[in-house]
Design a protein around this ligand. Sequence first.
Ligand SMILES: C[S@@+](CC[C@H](N)C(=O)[O-])C[C@H]1O[C@@H](n2cnc3c(N)ncnc32)[C@H](O)[C@@H]1O
Length: 304
Amino acid sequence: MKPSENAMLINNSMLIAPNHNVLSAWTGHVPFAAWLMQMQKPRIFVELGTHLGMSYFAFCQSAVEGKINTRCYAVDTWEGDDHAGFYNDRVFLDISSYNEQHFAGFSRLIRQRFDDAANEFSDGTIDLLHIDGFHTYEAVSHDFNTWKHKLSDRAVVIFHDINVRDAGFGVWRFWDEITQQYPNFQFDHYHGLGVLLVGPKQNEAMQALCNSSEDQSHFIRSLYSKLGEVPSLRYQLSQAAERIYHLESQISQLTAETVHLKEVTMNEVNRIRHEEDTRIQSIRNSTSWKLTAPLRKLIDLLKR
Ligand SMILES: C[S@@+](CC[C@H](N)C(=O)[O-])C[C@H]1O[C@@H](n2cnc3c(N)ncnc32)[C@H](O)[C@@H]1O
């Protein structure tokens, strides 16, 4: 690989540490999302299927870190589907507030069905489209065909789950077909991610990726597959740190309780001791004790 091509396929942005602390089947593609945002610099990025925001916020965070001038849109009903499972409103409320807090300036969540949301975009405007909705062959081909007219002349479309062949998933089949028509690149890890260059005017980095030789492709795939483990390891680390913090606070609470119990016990022992001393003293001072003193002496003598 020539050094210039190398620089095009590898850069610092891949080492992004996602701040939005969730895990999903997409986590392993975070480093590539960062690279793609950095190299493709989409003026408009749209994601179809956002759920917890794993992929979407990775793109948004990469845009901030790479100072990319972009507008990002996440489309979802935030109700779920037969593949992702169905979930309650808490998910939407949480990611809305995260979006508001971190990316309000350039990112919008559109809570609609994909078909309805398409009306919000003018034809030929979307530079980067991520399709990760319902995963049957029919759904994914429908989504692609519905949004195709919205794509710009330098558009890239990415598809998640191109490597899943059970549970009614059919993205792989659509991917097999569509890759006959456009230059593309395929990652196999984390259920597979397909990169399709739909617009005819692609920049050098996108062309380098999709024109890479077999050796280069192998290198890129194994690099991203290894890098893809980092976000999940970070997540596990942060969970372990949280658990340690929780256990440490439990230990200090138990230590404080033990000190307190020791104090209470010592006070009780002292109180009983004091009561006993007082009782013994009062017996010794009593008249009957004094009158029976000669008798006790006699008993002592007899014992000896
Ligand atoms: C696999 S999840 C998305 C995962 C996400 N990209 C991530 O990073 O983990 C698919 C989502 O697509 C949404 N969805 C499926 N079909 C839809 C449709 N036709 N319109 C709107 N949302 C849809 C579901 O509600 C679900 O949240």
